[in-house]
Design a protein around this ligand. Structure first.
Ligand code: SF4
Length: 262
């Protein structure tokens, strides 16, 4: 099973070497089941944290891969929600030591209200959280959460994390036809979270949902005026030469070289 993959050309992070701490051969383990997820349906919808991959295996694989590839950042992402991995904090520390690179985590933010999750995430240099809905109804419709997850707690968790975290906290808002008319409300919530940056995205990777057009996303961006906001259509792509983990890249529906960003 491949834990380390890429680097991929990420529109937000440059050449991003992925670490998959969840490592499912098929399907994914997540606290949400977003309608736009490129991995398809969540096969295990859970909020229970556990160890999926031992930290020593991450260190071993990363050490080998670092001899072969050039990357700008190591990013914890992959086949599910990284904060479900109980050894996330430890794995981030090890990845930092082994790679000497900044560490990023892509999270759906749903467990950020938990102190142990915030403590683990605090080991990273960059954390990218998620906010796609203005209220519980749309949250249920788009993100289809585990029954223990609520939007209000998710937002509360992000606010707490923002106050405590010394690194860069970005907020991604994924826009699809189902939430495109709520961008003003989502922007208002984003303002209360006070992220360093807002990343306005739409699913350009293979997805069951149609992406919004550059014009539609351009209109949405206007609602984030005054915030440090960037859109996926405006982003530059970093050039990637050599990659590892081809099976995982295929599973994640990631291109093997430049093209579409993270
Ligand atoms: S949070 Fe991410 S991995 Fe989980 S269902 Fe949503 S898009 Fe997929």
């Amino acid at each position: 099973m491949e834990i380390v993959y890429g680097p991929v050309s990420s529109w937000r992070l440059g050449r991003s070497l992925g670490v998959d701490l969840i490592c499912q051969e098929k399907g994914k383990v997540c606290s949400l089941d977003c309608i736009y997820c490129s991995l398809g349906k969540t096969t295990e919808l859970t909020t229970k944290r556990r160890i999926f991959v031992p930290t020593e295996r991450v260190a071993l694989e990363l050490r080998e891969v670092m001899k072969e590839v050039e990357a700008d950042v190591v990013t914890f992402s992959g086949t599910g929600e990284p904060t479900l991995a109980l050894n996330l904090g430890e794995a981030i520390k090890v990845a930092k030591e082994v790679s000497g690179l900044p560490i990023a985590v892509l999270t759906n933010s749903s467990l950020m209200n938990w102190e142990d999750v915030r403590r683990d995430l605090a080991q990273a240099d960059i954390v990218i959280g998620e906010l796609d809905a203005p209220n519980e109804e749309i949250f249920k419709r788009i993100n289809r959460p585990h029954k223990g997850i609520h939007l209000a707690y998710t937002i509360e968790g992000m606010k707490k994390f923002r106050e405590e975290f010394k690194g860069k906290f970005s907020l991604e808002a994924m826009f699809v036809p189902e939430n495109k008319d709520f961008s003003k409300e989502i922007a208002a919530i984003a303002r209360t979270i006070k992220p360093d940056e807002v990343q306005i995205n739409t699913p350009l990777r293979q997805s069951p949902v149609r992406p919004l057009t550059p014009e539609e996303l351009g209109e949405i961006e206007k609602d984030f005026k005054g915030m440090n906001a960037c859109s996926v259509y405006e982003a530059k792509k970093a050039e990637v030469k050599k990659v590892v983990g081809l099976k995982k890249l295929k599973q994640l529906k990631r291109p093997k070289a430049r093209k579409v960003g993270s």
